[in-house]
Design a protein around this ligand. Structure first.
Ligand code: ATP
Length: 236
């Protein structure tokens, strides 16, 4: 088991954003969380880093209870987050952005890690000296993913990676998610508005509504579920 959340609650002041979340991610899986705006998907991911802190329940990562572990220590233990909106540093070059991802890694492995990123994302090698802000949205998303991978995480969290991208890049991002998993054995927790594509690449998925898991199943089961079809697939 890579990650398990057991009865996790979290609050923002008076807002009860997570209401008893049970989620599991096995080693080597792609698991997706789908749900409407405001359902609590980003909050669930952030709660793994203790922001907001779980007010009840337990989070176990890689065999250890991390519920009360400080944020910086969680990154060091092997969870990396690609936040919604990418948050690359636009005035820094592509390679400088990647270098920022190495803070938790062994410096001796730096060259190998950069070579790995360039092999995975050749466009980043071509553009390595260019300011990141001049890349297209899809290229910036690849850079954000590459930066997260520089820390050699065991679990990669992707928050809305396809949001706001041109269709050609949306396809490419889902391909990358699949390749990372199949070819590099990366375990991935994926939050997506694009439920259709997310459920197609995912081994399993959870539907989140008002801070609660209302449905869980394999990607195929959720794709076929009338509830999911009505709420997240048809016309969307
Ligand atoms: P989106 O796709 O719009 O990001 P989401 O499913 O990720 O939606 P969250 O962003 O996790 O939803 O929000 C869950 C609930 O918590 C919402 O009611 C939201 O208004 C509230 N919320 C989120 N962040 C904060 C915050 N920093 N302070 C107070 N309330 C917040």
């Amino acid at each position: 088991m890579m990650l398990s959340m057991e009865g996790v609650h979290a609050h923002y002041g008076h807002i009860h954003a997570l209401r008893g979340i049970d989620v599991e991610v096995q080693v080597g899986e792609i698991v997706t969380l789908i749900g409407a705006n405001g359902a609590g998907k980003s909050t669930l991911m952030m709660s793994l880093f203790g922001s907001p802190k779980a007010t009840a329940g337990r989070i176990v990562f890689d065999g250890e209870d991390i519920t009360r572990v400080p944020t910086h220590e969680i990154a060091r233990r092997g969870i990396a987050l690609v936040p919604e909106g990418r948050h690359i540093f636009p005035r820094m070059t592509v390679i400088e952005n990647l270098q920022l991802g190495t803070v938790h890694a062994d410096a001796a492995n730096y060259e190998a890690d950069i070579a790995r990123m360039f092999a995975m994302f050749p466009i980043l090698e071509e553009r390595q000296a260019q300011r990141a802000g001049t890349l297209s949205g899809g290229e910036q998303q690849m850079l954000a993913i590459g930066r997260a991978l520089m820390s050699r995480p065991k679990l990669l969290l992707l928050d809305e990676p396809s949001l706001g991208l041109a269709p050609i890049y949306i396809r490419r991002i889902f391909q990358i998610v699949k390749e990372l998993n199949r070819n590099h054995g990366m375990t991935i927790l994926l939050v997506e508005q694009n439920a259709n594509q997310a459920l197609r690449v995912a081994d399993r998925g959870y539907v989140l509504q008002h801070g609660e898991i209302t449905l869980a199943g394999t990607g195929a089961e959720l794709l076929a579920s009338p509830e999911v079809r009505a709420a997240y697939l048809e016309g969307g």
